[in-house]
Design a protein around this ligand. Structure first.
Ligand code: PSU
Ligand code: MN
Length: 306
Protein backbone atom coordinates (compact mmCIF):
# COMPACT_ATOMS: atom_id res chain seq x y z
CA UNK A 1 0.00 0.00 0.00
CA UNK A 2 2.79 2.38 0.95
CA UNK A 3 3.89 2.50 -2.71
CA UNK A 4 0.83 4.65 -3.43
CA UNK A 5 1.60 7.21 -0.73
CA UNK A 6 3.76 10.25 -1.33
CA UNK A 7 4.67 12.34 1.70
CA UNK A 8 5.57 16.02 1.31
CA UNK A 9 8.97 16.99 2.75
CA UNK A 10 7.29 18.78 5.67
CA UNK A 11 5.11 15.78 6.57
CA UNK A 12 7.97 13.31 6.08
CA UNK A 13 10.10 15.36 8.47
CA UNK A 14 7.27 15.47 11.03
CA UNK A 15 6.94 11.70 10.84
CA UNK A 16 10.61 11.14 11.56
CA UNK A 17 10.71 13.78 14.29
CA UNK A 18 7.55 12.48 15.97
CA UNK A 19 5.55 15.69 15.56
CA UNK A 20 1.74 15.29 15.55
CA UNK A 21 0.11 15.56 12.13
CA UNK A 22 -3.37 16.78 11.21
CA UNK A 23 -5.02 15.70 7.95
CA UNK A 24 -7.02 18.14 5.81
CA UNK A 25 -9.31 17.32 2.90
CA UNK A 26 -9.19 18.69 -0.64
CA UNK A 27 -12.82 18.45 -1.81
CA UNK A 28 -13.47 21.51 0.31
CA UNK A 29 -10.81 23.26 -1.81
CA UNK A 30 -11.86 22.01 -5.26
CA UNK A 31 -15.62 21.74 -4.80
CA UNK A 32 -16.52 23.47 -1.56
CA UNK A 33 -15.25 27.03 -2.06
CA UNK A 34 -14.56 29.34 -5.03
CA UNK A 35 -11.10 30.30 -6.29
CA UNK A 36 -9.02 32.08 -4.99
CA UNK A 37 -10.56 32.10 -1.49
CA UNK A 38 -10.28 28.29 -1.44
CA UNK A 39 -6.49 28.34 -1.84
CA UNK A 40 -6.03 31.26 0.56
CA UNK A 41 -8.15 29.50 3.17
CA UNK A 42 -6.29 26.21 2.69
CA UNK A 43 -2.98 27.98 3.33
CA UNK A 44 -4.29 29.85 6.35
CA UNK A 45 -5.76 26.70 7.85
CA UNK A 46 -2.42 24.93 7.40
CA UNK A 47 -0.70 27.80 9.22
CA UNK A 48 -3.16 27.64 12.14
CA UNK A 49 -2.29 23.96 12.54
CA UNK A 50 1.43 24.78 12.57
CA UNK A 51 0.84 27.53 15.13
CA UNK A 52 -0.94 24.93 17.25
CA UNK A 53 2.14 22.72 17.38
CA UNK A 54 1.20 20.18 14.71
CA UNK A 55 2.01 19.72 11.03
CA UNK A 56 -0.77 19.97 8.40
CA UNK A 57 -1.16 17.25 5.77
CA UNK A 58 -3.60 18.27 3.07
CA UNK A 59 -4.51 15.14 1.14
CA UNK A 60 -5.26 14.74 -2.58
CA UNK A 61 -4.55 12.31 -5.43
CA UNK A 62 -2.11 13.68 -7.99
CA UNK A 63 -0.35 11.77 -10.78
CA UNK A 64 -1.42 8.37 -9.47
CA UNK A 65 -0.12 9.04 -5.96
CA UNK A 66 -1.98 9.69 -2.74
CA UNK A 67 -0.25 12.89 -1.67
CA UNK A 68 0.00 13.38 2.09
CA UNK A 69 0.88 17.07 2.35
CA UNK A 70 0.78 19.38 -0.66
CA UNK A 71 3.10 22.06 -2.00
CA UNK A 72 1.80 25.57 -2.71
CA UNK A 73 1.69 24.72 -6.41
CA UNK A 74 -0.34 21.60 -5.76
CA UNK A 75 -2.80 23.57 -3.59
CA UNK A 76 -3.09 26.11 -6.39
CA UNK A 77 -3.72 23.33 -8.91
CA UNK A 78 -6.49 21.77 -6.82
CA UNK A 79 -8.06 25.13 -6.18
CA UNK A 80 -8.13 26.22 -9.81
CA UNK A 81 -8.25 23.11 -12.03
CA UNK A 82 -11.80 22.65 -13.34
CA UNK A 83 -11.18 18.95 -13.96
CA UNK A 84 -10.40 17.93 -10.37
CA UNK A 85 -12.63 14.96 -9.58
CA UNK A 86 -14.52 14.63 -6.31
CA UNK A 87 -13.14 11.42 -4.84
CA UNK A 88 -14.96 9.34 -2.26
CA UNK A 89 -14.15 5.71 -1.24
CA UNK A 90 -15.62 4.33 -4.44
CA UNK A 91 -13.55 6.66 -6.66
CA UNK A 92 -10.16 6.21 -5.02
CA UNK A 93 -8.90 3.26 -7.11
CA UNK A 94 -10.04 5.06 -10.28
CA UNK A 95 -8.04 8.24 -9.72
CA UNK A 96 -4.98 6.37 -8.44
CA UNK A 97 -4.92 3.91 -11.36
CA UNK A 98 -5.64 6.47 -14.09
CA UNK A 99 -3.53 9.32 -12.77
CA UNK A 100 -6.53 11.68 -12.79
CA UNK A 101 -6.51 14.68 -10.47
CA UNK A 102 -8.54 13.84 -7.37
CA UNK A 103 -9.87 15.99 -4.54
CA UNK A 104 -10.67 13.76 -1.57
CA UNK A 105 -13.93 13.95 0.41
CA UNK A 106 -14.20 13.26 4.12
CA UNK A 107 -14.54 9.52 3.41
CA UNK A 108 -11.52 9.31 1.09
CA UNK A 109 -9.42 11.63 3.27
CA UNK A 110 -10.12 9.39 6.27
CA UNK A 111 -8.96 6.35 4.32
CA UNK A 112 -5.76 8.07 3.20
CA UNK A 113 -5.10 9.54 6.65
CA UNK A 114 -5.44 6.08 8.20
CA UNK A 115 -3.04 4.64 5.59
CA UNK A 116 -0.57 7.37 6.54
CA UNK A 117 -0.96 6.77 10.27
CA UNK A 118 -2.70 10.11 10.94
CA UNK A 119 -5.51 10.03 13.48
CA UNK A 120 -6.90 13.57 13.49
CA UNK A 121 -8.58 15.23 10.52
CA UNK A 122 -9.99 18.75 10.31
CA UNK A 123 -12.70 19.82 7.90
CA UNK A 124 -15.75 22.10 7.63
CA UNK A 125 -18.78 19.86 7.43
CA UNK A 126 -19.26 16.14 6.93
CA UNK A 127 -21.71 14.52 4.53
CA UNK A 128 -24.79 12.82 5.91
CA UNK A 129 -28.26 11.50 5.25
CA UNK A 130 -29.93 13.71 2.67
CA UNK A 131 -33.45 14.95 3.12
CA UNK A 132 -35.74 12.56 1.26
CA UNK A 133 -33.23 9.71 1.60
CA UNK A 134 -36.14 7.33 2.17
CA UNK A 135 -36.76 7.52 -1.56
CA UNK A 136 -33.41 8.68 -3.01
CA UNK A 137 -31.20 6.42 -0.82
CA UNK A 138 -28.76 9.36 -0.80
CA UNK A 139 -26.60 8.79 2.26
CA UNK A 140 -23.02 10.07 2.13
CA UNK A 141 -20.25 7.47 2.14
CA UNK A 142 -18.69 9.66 4.85
CA UNK A 143 -20.97 8.00 7.40
CA UNK A 144 -19.91 4.44 6.55
CA UNK A 145 -16.30 5.57 6.66
CA UNK A 146 -16.82 7.00 10.13
CA UNK A 147 -18.20 3.60 11.10
CA UNK A 148 -15.09 1.72 10.02
CA UNK A 149 -11.98 3.93 9.89
CA UNK A 150 -10.08 5.04 12.99
CA UNK A 151 -9.80 8.78 12.42
CA UNK A 152 -11.27 11.57 14.54
CA UNK A 153 -13.00 14.17 12.37
CA UNK A 154 -13.27 17.73 13.64
CA UNK A 155 -16.15 19.55 11.91
CA UNK A 156 -18.76 22.23 12.56
CA UNK A 157 -21.58 19.71 12.46
CA UNK A 158 -23.85 18.98 9.55
CA UNK A 159 -25.51 21.45 7.20
CA UNK A 160 -29.26 21.71 7.18
CA UNK A 161 -29.21 20.74 3.47
CA UNK A 162 -29.16 17.30 5.13
CA UNK A 163 -31.59 15.60 7.47
CA UNK A 164 -29.65 16.21 10.68
CA UNK A 165 -31.83 13.96 12.85
CA UNK A 166 -31.48 11.00 10.49
CA UNK A 167 -27.74 11.62 10.17
CA UNK A 168 -27.36 11.35 13.94
CA UNK A 169 -29.53 8.21 14.01
CA UNK A 170 -27.38 6.63 11.32
CA UNK A 171 -24.20 7.44 13.25
CA UNK A 172 -25.68 5.94 16.41
CA UNK A 173 -26.64 2.73 14.59
CA UNK A 174 -23.07 2.40 13.37
CA UNK A 175 -21.51 3.13 16.73
CA UNK A 176 -19.97 6.48 15.83
CA UNK A 177 -19.77 8.75 18.89
CA UNK A 178 -20.67 12.40 18.34
CA UNK A 179 -18.86 14.73 20.73
CA UNK A 180 -19.66 18.42 20.91
CA UNK A 181 -17.13 21.01 21.95
CA UNK A 182 -18.08 23.95 24.16
CA UNK A 183 -21.82 23.34 24.30
CA UNK A 184 -24.22 20.40 24.62
CA UNK A 185 -25.96 21.03 21.28
CA UNK A 186 -24.95 19.51 17.96
CA UNK A 187 -24.17 22.43 15.62
CA UNK A 188 -25.58 22.90 12.11
CA UNK A 189 -22.51 24.30 10.34
CA UNK A 190 -23.72 27.86 9.59
CA UNK A 191 -25.48 28.06 12.95
CA UNK A 192 -24.45 26.98 16.44
CA UNK A 193 -27.61 25.01 17.17
CA UNK A 194 -29.43 22.35 15.17
CA UNK A 195 -32.11 21.50 17.70
CA UNK A 196 -30.33 18.18 18.37
CA UNK A 197 -27.92 17.29 21.15
CA UNK A 198 -24.55 15.62 20.73
CA UNK A 199 -23.95 12.35 22.58
CA UNK A 200 -21.26 13.81 24.82
CA UNK A 201 -19.79 17.23 25.47
CA UNK A 202 -16.01 17.38 25.88
CA UNK A 203 -14.40 20.79 25.96
CA UNK A 204 -10.76 19.95 26.61
CA UNK A 205 -8.38 18.29 24.19
CA UNK A 206 -7.22 16.03 27.04
CA UNK A 207 -10.74 14.69 27.56
CA UNK A 208 -11.23 14.17 23.83
CA UNK A 209 -7.86 12.41 23.54
CA UNK A 210 -8.65 10.14 26.51
CA UNK A 211 -11.95 9.19 24.88
CA UNK A 212 -10.37 8.39 21.52
CA UNK A 213 -7.51 6.51 23.12
CA UNK A 214 -9.92 4.40 25.17
CA UNK A 215 -12.13 3.66 22.17
CA UNK A 216 -9.07 2.42 20.32
CA UNK A 217 -7.78 0.43 23.30
CA UNK A 218 -11.14 -1.32 23.55
CA UNK A 219 -10.77 -2.42 19.93
CA UNK A 220 -13.78 -0.40 18.82
CA UNK A 221 -13.14 0.30 15.15
CA UNK A 222 -14.31 3.50 13.56
CA UNK A 223 -14.06 7.23 13.84
CA UNK A 224 -15.35 9.91 16.15
CA UNK A 225 -17.16 13.10 15.18
CA UNK A 226 -16.00 16.18 17.07
CA UNK A 227 -18.58 18.86 16.46
CA UNK A 228 -17.23 22.33 17.08
CA UNK A 229 -19.79 25.14 16.65
CA UNK A 230 -18.99 28.16 14.49
CA UNK A 231 -17.96 31.15 16.65
CA UNK A 232 -20.99 33.27 17.59
CA UNK A 233 -19.75 36.34 15.71
CA UNK A 234 -19.37 34.40 12.45
CA UNK A 235 -22.66 32.45 12.58
CA UNK A 236 -25.47 33.17 10.11
CA UNK A 237 -29.02 34.10 11.10
CA UNK A 238 -31.09 30.91 11.31
CA UNK A 239 -34.10 32.27 9.39
CA UNK A 240 -31.93 33.40 6.49
CA UNK A 241 -30.04 30.14 6.13
CA UNK A 242 -33.27 28.11 6.44
CA UNK A 243 -34.95 30.07 3.65
CA UNK A 244 -31.94 29.82 1.37
CA UNK A 245 -31.47 26.11 2.04
CA UNK A 246 -35.10 25.36 1.16
CA UNK A 247 -34.73 27.36 -2.03
CA UNK A 248 -31.52 25.54 -3.05
CA UNK A 249 -33.07 22.13 -2.28
CA UNK A 250 -36.07 22.95 -4.46
CA UNK A 251 -33.80 24.03 -7.32
CA UNK A 252 -31.83 20.78 -7.06
CA UNK A 253 -35.07 18.83 -7.19
CA UNK A 254 -36.40 20.75 -10.22
CA UNK A 255 -33.09 20.39 -12.10
CA UNK A 256 -32.90 16.66 -11.34
CA UNK A 257 -29.46 16.96 -9.68
CA UNK A 258 -28.40 13.52 -8.47
CA UNK A 259 -25.59 11.43 -7.00
CA UNK A 260 -22.26 13.04 -6.21
CA UNK A 261 -23.36 16.36 -7.77
CA UNK A 262 -25.97 17.02 -5.06
CA UNK A 263 -23.70 18.29 -2.30
CA UNK A 264 -21.50 20.57 -4.51
CA UNK A 265 -24.63 21.97 -6.21
CA UNK A 266 -26.25 22.87 -2.89
CA UNK A 267 -23.03 24.34 -1.47
CA UNK A 268 -22.47 26.57 -4.46
CA UNK A 269 -26.12 27.72 -4.68
CA UNK A 270 -26.13 28.62 -0.98
CA UNK A 271 -23.02 30.68 -1.52
CA UNK A 272 -24.59 32.49 -4.50
CA UNK A 273 -27.90 33.06 -2.73
CA UNK A 274 -26.21 34.57 0.33
CA UNK A 275 -24.02 36.72 -1.92
CA UNK A 276 -20.90 35.24 -0.42
CA UNK A 277 -21.84 35.71 3.24
CA UNK A 278 -22.01 31.97 3.72
CA UNK A 279 -18.46 31.76 2.41
CA UNK A 280 -17.20 34.05 5.18
CA UNK A 281 -18.92 31.83 7.74
CA UNK A 282 -17.50 28.72 6.09
CA UNK A 283 -13.95 30.09 6.20
CA UNK A 284 -14.29 31.18 9.84
CA UNK A 285 -15.55 27.81 11.01
CA UNK A 286 -12.85 25.81 9.25
CA UNK A 287 -10.19 27.98 10.90
CA UNK A 288 -11.84 27.49 14.27
CA UNK A 289 -11.86 23.72 13.70
CA UNK A 290 -8.15 23.84 12.89
CA UNK A 291 -7.44 25.29 16.35
CA UNK A 292 -9.38 22.45 18.00
CA UNK A 293 -7.85 19.79 15.74
CA UNK A 294 -4.26 20.87 16.38
CA UNK A 295 -4.83 20.78 20.14
CA UNK A 296 -6.38 17.34 19.89
CA UNK A 297 -3.52 16.00 17.76
CA UNK A 298 -1.00 17.28 20.30
CA UNK A 299 -2.94 15.75 23.22
CA UNK A 300 -3.42 12.44 21.42
CA UNK A 301 0.22 12.27 20.44
CA UNK A 302 1.22 12.43 24.09
CA UNK A 303 -0.66 9.18 24.64
CA UNK A 304 0.96 7.10 21.92
CA UNK A 305 1.74 4.33 21.39
CA UNK A 306 -1.41 2.49 22.30
N1 PSU B 1 -20.35 19.49 3.42
C1 PSU B 1 -19.88 20.73 3.55
N2 PSU B 1 -18.79 21.11 2.83
C2 PSU B 1 -18.15 20.25 2.00
C3 PSU B 1 -18.65 18.91 1.88
C4 PSU B 1 -19.74 18.59 2.61
O1 PSU B 1 -20.43 21.50 4.31
O2 PSU B 1 -17.16 20.63 1.35
C5 PSU B 1 -17.94 17.93 1.02
C6 PSU B 1 -17.00 17.07 1.87
O3 PSU B 1 -15.85 16.74 1.11
C7 PSU B 1 -17.82 15.83 2.12
C8 PSU B 1 -18.54 15.71 0.80
O4 PSU B 1 -17.07 14.69 2.42
O5 PSU B 1 -18.87 17.04 0.44
C9 PSU B 1 -19.76 14.85 0.90
O6 PSU B 1 -20.26 14.62 -0.37
P1 PSU B 1 -21.38 13.51 -0.59
O7 PSU B 1 -22.60 14.04 0.12
O8 PSU B 1 -21.56 13.42 -2.06
O9 PSU B 1 -20.88 12.25 0.03
MN1 MN C 1 -24.67 11.35 -2.06
Amino acid sequence: MQQYLLFSPEVAAARSAGIPIVALESTIISHGMPYPQNVETAREVEQIIRDGGAVPATIAVIGGKICIGLSNDQLELLGSAPHALKVSRRDLPFVVSTGALGATTVAATMICAALAGIDVFVTGGIGGVHRGAETSFDISADLQELARTNVAVVCAGVKSILDIGLTLEYLETHGVPVISVGQPGFPAFFTRESGFKADFQMDSAEQQAAFIHTKRALGLQGGVVLANPVPEKDAMPLAEIDAITSHALEEARLQGIMGKQVTPFLLSRIKELTEGRSLATNIALVKHNAVVGAKLAVALHGRRPL
